[in-house]
Design a protein around this ligand. Structure first.
Ligand code: ADP
Length: 269
């Protein structure tokens, strides 16, 4: 079921397994974002042009403070650019009205943060059901779909457990199930393995790779772990406000712990 915007263009719903034009799921054009910190202007994004095609998994690497989160937030319409444009399919996000933006965030994209942002006193299934409830799904159906989602991330037996009682790796699995419960087109993940030890990071990355395929997702992952990043279809480097191909950076990657760069000047961890 394709919903139409005011301009008559389908806003979402790219039926799984079909090559449905337009094949570009997300596109940034001359994207700039400035912040002011005291008298200083910080420019994490200084003219970003890129697009991601349907079904692609793209990783964005760059030192801490380079602007990876800022970029993902703009793609997710969680923040607005200083100038430039973000398109979802052929739709300019800046043209969306509030209700359309809310629906875009709730249904078209799934967002996974470095820290899971679960509600610790609610059960795993209640946490996963949350986006469905926000979207008006009846409670029983929302919980049923949440349990199904938890099964997909290997946590069927933890559905009734409070999120705060789960391990870090399990909590991130719940967060991934929550991100995908509405069957989004686009998965955005911001350092999804950043808080985990090597073994859990590998397991979570494998899970994302599996779900990327089984959910026919288009995925954009920000990470400073080059070892994981290079498993994507395409690697882009964000540095000094620009996005470039990661081919050179990847040439020297040798160990699972390989990361990129020291924190950028004025950046934060
Ligand atoms: P990364 O995700 O690559 O670590 P971020 O996107 O979090 O980088 O940050 C990029 C730069 O923008 C950093 O210097 C950060 O301090 C700055 N920054 C991010 N958000 C804000 C904000 N709301 N106000 C001021 N500066 C910000």
């Amino acid at each position: 079921m394709a919903r139409q915007t005011d301009t008559g263009v389908a806003l979402q719903d790219f039926p799984a397994g079909q090559v449905t034009p337009p094949s570009t799921v997300v596109r940034a054009e001359a994207l700039r974002k400035y912040f002011h910190s005291g008298a200083q202007q910080i420019t994490p994004l200084d003219g970003i042009d890129f697009s991601v095609e349907r079904g692609e998994m793209v990783s964005i690497v760059g030192p801490s403070g380079a602007g990876k989160s800022t970029l993902l937030h703009l793609l997710a319409a969680l923040d607005t650019p200083t100038s430039g444009a973000v398109y979802f399919a052929r739709n300019l996000l800046q043209d969306f009205r509030e209700a359309e933006l809310a629906e875009y965030r709730n249904r078209s994209i799934g967002f996974v943060w470095q820290r899971h942002h679960l509600l610790p006193d609610f059960t795993a299934s209640e946490n996963v059901a949350m986006p469905l409830l926000v979207g008006g799904e009846p409670l029983e159906e929302a919980l049923r779909r949440a349990r199904e989602g938890l099964g997909e991330v290997g946590l069927a037996d933890r559905a009734g457990q409070r999120a705060g009682e789960l391990s870090g790796g399990e909590q991130q699995r719940v967060a991934i199930a929550r991100a995908l419960v509405n069957r989004p087109v686009l998965l955005l993940a911001d350092e999804p393995t950043g808080d985990l030890d090597e073994r859990n990071a590998e397991a979570i990355f494998q899970l994302i790779e599996h779900l990327h395929r089984s959910h026919h997702l288009t995925s954009i992952l920000a990470t400073h772990n080059l070892w994981l990043a290079r498993r994507a279809d395409r690697v882009l480097v964000l540095e000094h406000g620009k996005l470039t191909s990661g081919t050179e950076v990847l040439a020297g990657v040798g160990s699972p712990a390989a990361g990129i760069g020291a924190p950028a000047p004025g950046g934060h961890a």
